[in-house]
Design a protein around this ligand. Structure first.
Ligand code: FCB
Length: 444
């Protein structure tokens, strides 16, 4: 008997990927360099010196990959568009061959009965824009709106809903604060103008999308934050972390105001980045759905060192993924209920835009992934039973792929195994399981 979940009849089943993690072909057909090409070339930046130069070679093998999606019976496929393929220097002249690739991809998806759900920015900023300040420069937000217009003029006739940004929290903190991801800056809290400029980019692009009658989504990495103990110091640290990780990227969009970051020692205007009228630009266009990327909850304690106002601590006594992330499915239920408590009527419908589990296995049975996905779908169904409007679930990921600073081999998230030497795709046990879950849901 396949697993069944108590989810709405019109619930949408999907899988997700991102351009730099799967496409390869980084020098083909006029694509310009991105910050990730540059970062991967930096010695020691990525495990084993890997890069996304070839990755899953999806640029050439997209038809085969769509067959894998068709085999799953997906309703939707979340992928990202590489800005440097479309605009090699981020602005100015359009690269017709780059745009043509996404045109072919969209048509092939529609042909297979799968709704495309593109993300416009999944971290691969054109290097030329980084050279003029990247997300630290306000102008990048305007360039993003222009890029959104170029892409939607071409694809908006066939693609109804768009995700502007993927995880501005992770991009800001890993990319600009800690230097773990491209562009590898280590600005700590002074990275926060990059957060504001991404949110501004979201708002400007949302207006472009709505002007064209298209739906707007944003995919945020959200985590329920729990204090390590009942002490007031741990509670204060947890609040500070929650403001930074969750509220900073959701309050301006849904409520039109920034959370109080004073506990972090951050000025209200985010180091001069916030200009008058900006929060309206971010908030007014509205969101048609909030995308939630959920992997794990975060436990926070009072700081043991003076440089940060919190310590992130492990959650013991639960399974952990290959990444070392704690597996706590009920935290997803908690997260969704907290969003309703926090935003009330301002909360739009929700879609899980990423959720998945990395294992180190190659082609061996991947029961821990099945257990992970199944437990999270039950957790989702519990939130739906409590009245939360969740419209779909996109698992991360369709394919094993280039997992950023972790390279190609150490964190395999795919329902489909990829042999990076031969590009052979082999569906895993979780692929058959997900296919059966989708079929069972439809047969209800
Ligand atoms: C998310 C990213 C995605 C992938 C997963 C594991 O933070 O959006 O690209 O790397 O984590």
């Amino acid at each position: 008997m396949p697993d069944r979940y108590d989810l709405p009849a019109n619930f949408r089943w999907g899988a997700a990927t991102a351009a730099y993690q799967i496409e390869g072909a980084v020098e083909e057909d006029g694509r310009g360099p991105s910050v990730w090409d540059t970062f991967c070339a930096r010695p020691g930046a990525v495990r084993d010196g890997h890069s996304g130069a070839v990755a899953c070679d999806h640029y050439h093998r997209y038809a085969e990959d769509i067959e894998l999606m068709r085999g799953l019976g997906l309703d939707g496929y979340r992928f990202s568009i590489a800005w440097p393929r479309v605009l090699p220097t981020g602005r100015g002249a359009v690269n017709p061959a780059g745009l043509a690739f996404y045109d072919r991809l969209v048509d092939a998806l529609l042909e297979a009965g799968i709704t495309p759900l593109p993300t416009l920015f999944h971290w691969d900023l054109p290097q030329a824009l980084e050279d003029s300040g990247g997300w630290l420069d306000r102008d990048t937000a305007h360039r993003f709106a222009d890029y959104t217009a170029v892409v939607t003029d071409r694809l908006g006739d066939r693609v109804p809903a768009w995700i502007t940004l993927n995880e501005p929290f992770v991009h800001t903190v890993y990319g600009y604060a800690l230097g773990i991801h491209a562009p590898g800056r280590t600005l700590m809290f002074e990275s926060l103008p990059a957060a504001h400029h991404q949110l501004l980019a979201h708002g400007l692009a949302a207006t472009v999308l709505h002007d064209r009658g298209l739906e707007v989504m944003l995919a945020n990495n959200l985590t329920p934050v729990e204090p390590a103990t009942g002490s007031p110091a741990d509670a204060a640290a947890a609040d500070a972390y929650d403001a930074l990780h969750n509220r900073l990227f959701t309050d301006p969009v849904l409520l039109g105001r920034y959370p109080d970051l004073s506990a972090l020692g951050v000025p209200d205007d985010l180091y001069g980045a916030i200009h008058s009228g900006d929060t309206e630009l971010i908030h007014t266009p509205g969101l048609d759905a909030l995308g939630i990327n959920f992997y794990n909850p975060t436990r926070v304690a009072a700081p043991t060192q003076p440089d940060l106002p919190f310590d992130l601590v492990d959650i013991p006594d639960v399974p952990h993924t290959a990444f070392g992330w704690p597996v706590v499915p009920e935290a997803l239920t908690r997260l969704l209920l907290t969003l309703r408590d926090r935003y009330g009527q301002a909360l739009p419908p929700l879609t899980v835009t990423e959720n998945g589990c990395s294992l180190t296995e190659t082609t061996t049975p991947d029961q821990p992934r099945i257990d992970f996905l199944s437990a999270h779908l039950h957790a989702l169904a519990r939130a739906v039973a409590e009245g939360i409007d969740v419209r779909g679930y996109y698992t991360w990921s369709l394919l094993d792929n280039f997992e950023w600073a972790e390279g190609l081999l150490s964190q395999r998230f795919g329902l489909v195994h990829v042999d990076f030497a031969t590009q052979k795709r082999t569906p895993k046990a979780s692929y058959a399981w997900y296919r059966d879950v989708i079929a069972a849901h439809r047969g209800r």
